[in-house]
Design a protein around this ligand. Structure first.
Ligand code: PMP
Length: 333
């Protein structure tokens, strides 16, 4: 196991009574000097709280995004800002949330947060949620509140993960079946499933888990999409395998097309994981993270393969403005 594994390096909360707090703000890992955009206003970190009776807290009625702002040679750039805000509004629409902010207003909120906090790099967390009014399951009278939280955040799966690859397992937890919780919506509720996948993987000594869909086909990681390579062909599961339509996934599919790498978007049987030449995760947080073993079975040569490397390089070239950006992923601010 690599030294970079993020396996709860700190004692759990149960062992740290000072963290079992009732007030909203206490000791935390956050940079509490940052300001948060909340319902149109820039709010001090310590004042950015919600009521205990807010609907979202009880029923998971929130939708959100995770967006990265990079400090690039061509200036500060929010990667995929338009695409992320569009997905945020799609998620809200799936859940019949009437959002009073437009695409442009939410994009501007993200830009303003970065600028006001004078951040060169950031992880932005836009969040729309059903707020404080009543606690019935029927949510229509609850307001739709909006916020954008800025965070300072490094490499999601550890600094060495991008170089050496990570060790993962197939989770005993599956993704949501179609017609239960919609996988295309990035809702808070879906991340209860992701938490089970992640907790189990970490407890078993892996860095991440891969979930299968209800038919046993490969779906995705707890917070990443997945790609496989076999005989030079790039494979990734389709939307109907209960995946989140990842913005990074879309970017990698575009880049693979530009590089002339043949691509198949179709259901992937689990056993393909054990016989393919290369596997990697994609995501805003995970970027392009190679996988070097699955269920202790070595992938390829046990190190990032050539197609993974090419795509990883091309992805960072795109971010750094060294590749053309025909689909408008780069949003300089
Ligand atoms: N699947 C899940 C479950 C995720 O949480 C994420 C991270 N948002 C992804 C895939 C990757 O999506 P994106 O590339 O848009 O970050």
């Amino acid at each position: 196991m690599s030294a970079t594994v993020i396996t709860s390096p700190e004692p759990s909360v149960a062992a740290r009574p000072e963290l079992r707090r009732t007030s909203a703000v206490a000791k935390s890992k956050f940079d509490e000097t940052l300001k948060i955009w909340m319902n149109g206003e820039m709010t001090e970190w310590k004042n950015a709280t919600i009521h205990i009776a807010a609907h979202a807290l009880h029923y998971g009625s929130s939708v959100f995004e995770g967006i990265r702002c990079y400090n690039t040679p061509k200036g500060r750039m929010i990667l995929g800002l338009r695409q992320h805000i569009r997905r945020l509004l799609d998620s809200a629409r799936i859940y019949r949330m009437d959002v009073t902010y437009s695409q442009e207003q939410l994009e501007k909120a993200c830009v303003d947060v970065v600028k006001l906090n004078e951040m060169q790099e950031a992880y932005l967390r836009p969040l729309l949620y059903r707020g404080y009014y009543a606690l019935g399951v029927y949510p229509d009278q609850c307001p739709i509140d909006a916020s954008v939280i800025p965070l300072r955040w490094g490499k999601y799966l550890g600094d060495e993960a991008l170089e050496r690859g990570i060790e993962v397992c197939v989770s005993s937890w599956g993704r949501m079946a179609p017609n239960t919780l919609p996988a295309l919506a990035k809702s808070g509720a879906n991340y209860m499933n992701s938490q089970l996948i992640k907790i189990d993987a970490i407890r078993l000594g892996f860095e991440e888990g891969i979930a299968l869909d209800m038919h046993g086909y490969v779906s995705e990681g707890s917070g990443e999409n997945i790609f496989l390579v076999r005989d030079g062909v790039l494979h990734t599961p389709p939307l109907c395998s209960s995946i989140l339509p990842g913005i990074t996934r879309e970017g990698i599919l575009n880049i693979a097309g530009e590089l002339g790498i043949p691509t198949k978007v179709e259901e992937i049987p689990r056993e393909m994981l054990y016989i393919c030449d290369e596997v990697f995760f994609t995501g805003t947080a995970a970027e392009v993270t190679p996988i070097r073993s699955i269920d202790k079975v070595q992938v390829g040569a046990g190190k990032p393969g050539p197609i993974t490397r090419r795509l990883q390089e091309a992805y960072f070239d795109l971010i750094n403005g060294k590749r053309s950006d025909p689909r408008g992923f780069l949003y300089y601010v």
